[in-house]
Design a protein around this ligand. Structure first.
Ligand SMILES: NC(=O)c1ccc[n+]([C@@H]2O[C@H](COP(=O)([O-])OP(=O)(O)OC[C@H]3O[C@@H](n4cnc5c(N)ncnc54)[C@H](O)[C@@H]3O)[C@@H](O)[C@H]2O)c1
Length: 319
């Protein structure tokens, strides 16, 4: 048997594939190689338990062909659906982006899981499904869910069709709502932006917004660990978990200063106005991971520690 990972060449995908292989699974990896890169998968080349196909999941016929080929080799019994647009601002200027890569990829995944009788899905959802609840602590039961980005809207729509599929044919689904995940190989995100900006112009780092936005950050090693833990222990047909840091997070100012100190301690940081970085950005939220803690998993790093580690790793990646 094998596990299909979609979006496998992306940031989280690569780390998940590594862990699945290490724990002895056969992995089939699909990615259209949009934001994800082929070179990210190089470490798995030659591993007989690993196979990769470049496929755009929006093209259901191509997806079916690739899945059929994989299925013939070793029955696919579970899908980890990570493929999505990860550029939230891009989805705000063109709503088609998230409709296609964030929603239709999920829709087509479910269509084919039904066709191939694949009973279980783990889904990379997002804190963006919650929308902006101000200072309220976000638990899995927080509502109403009114996302403020197309990305969040299409993640919520994806959760909704997964929930409906559980009612009709799936045996198990795990919805993982994660906030900001950091580490390498970084394909997007605030640390990568800052590192690249500062390398291009070492004297000044310009920051969108006033630097007071505050969020929790989780290192990707811990995210993958948490997801695999939940996958083993949460046994309801539909399982939904916030996965995040256990603290109140760090500010953009802290991130900017950490990047500055790592790249060029003499650089000046210039802040913009307002607490929002861009339209659709939730400026501040507090995440509850009580459900995850009750199941027995806690992050070992706080946001600040995860941040410092990821900055070191990303600075190294970008040489
Ligand atoms: N990184 C985070 O902070 C974060 C936070 C919340 C949720 N998520 C979710 O986790 C998942 C992984 O995110 P990531 O940070 O690794 O992003 P990423 O962009 O590095 O990875 C996503 C991968 O999906 C692929 N992809 C996109 N559209 C596709 C399509 N139509 N067909 C096939 N492949 C396609 C991309 O090429 C990319 O490799 C995504 O679903 C993302 O929405 C990430």
């Amino acid at each position: 048997v094998s596990i299909l990972v979609t979006g496998a060449a992306g940031f989280v995908g690569v780390n998940l594939v590594r862990s699945l292989l290490l724990s002895g699974h056969d992995v089939v990896a699909f990615d259209k190689l949009g934001d994800g890169r082929h070179e990210h998968l190089r470490p798995f080349k030659g591993n007989p338990s690993f196979r990769f196909a470049q496929v755009d999941l929006v093209d259901v016929d191509a997806f079916r062909l690739a899945l059929d080929a994989a299925h013939r080799r070793a029955a696919v019994t579970e899908v980890w659906h990570l493929a999505a647009n990860s550029d939230i601002p891009a989805g705000i200027s063109d709503p088609a982006v998230d409709h296609r890569d964030t929603f239709l990829t999920t829709f087509n995944t479910l269509i084919l899981m039904k066709e191939f009788s694949i009973p279980a899905i783990a889904f990379a959802s997002s804190s963006a499904v919650y929308g902006d609840h101000g200072a309220k602590v976000l638990t899995e039961d927080t509502g109403p869910l009114f996302p403020i980005s197309n990305y969040g809207a299409m993640k919520l729509a994806s959760e909704a069709i997964i929930s409906a599929a559980v009612e009709s044919f799936l045996e198990h689904a795990w919805l993982f709502r994660f906030p900001n995940v950091i580490g390498v190989p970084a394909t997007h995100g605030v640390i990568l932006d800052f590192v690249r900006k500062l390398k291009a112009n070492p004297s000044v780092l310009t920051v969108l917004g006033d630097g007071t936005q505050q969020k929790g950050y989780l290192h990707v090693d811990e995210l993958v660990d948490a997801m695999l833990f939940v996958r083993e222990r949460a046994t309801e047909p539909l399982n939904c978990f916030n996965v995040g840091s256990a603290d109140e997070g760090v500010t953009v100012r802290f991130i900017a200063e950490t990047v500055r100190d790592a790249v060029n301690p003499n650089a000046q940081i210039q802040y913009g106005l307002g607490s929002k970085g861009w339209v659709g950005d939730v400026p501040r939220f507090v995440y509850s991971i009580e459900r995850l803690v009750a199941l027995g998993w806690k992050p070992s790093m706080g946001s600040a520690e995860a941040l410092r580690l990821a900055v070191r790793q990303i600075v190294k990646q970008e040489v």
